[in-house]
Design a protein around this ligand. Sequence first.
Ligand code: ZN
Length: 165
Amino acid sequence: MYRIENNIYAKETGSYGKSLFAARDFKKDEVVFVVFGPLVTVATSYTIPIDDNLKINPRVPEENLCQFICHSCEPNLGIKNRTCFVAMRDIKKNEEVCIDYAMIGYEYGNEITDEERICKCGAATCRGKMGCYKELSSELKERYKGYISDYLLDKYVPTASSKGG
Ligand SMILES: [Zn+2]
């Protein structure tokens, strides 16, 4: 039976607050967790958009682990459908698990300041700020193929010219 606490745990990173870590090994494409929480219409820096004006608030209940998913410019998780966080590669127990926020959200609004967007992931490929789909390069869109929220793919379809004929 799937229980989120058998798959992930939260731990203080010391540099960017709490983050999620793997509680066991995962194979590529295995579901690591399914984000849950009440549906809300107002964005915060924590909400996960799933439709126009509809988001999941992962901070309820208070101990909800989903709220600690951090952004990285070298993610090992991607998203299937709109709510399933899956392994993009094999992941070892106790490895930090993180996602590129560009796989989830189209753009940032007033819910987050430029300063809060500064990325501290530490990856060699760090883009300097947390990502959003709108700013994602075509190279990364290709690399993240199959791991981007259906919400973004349904809403922001490629233009005719980028479909290649
Ligand atoms: Zn980064």
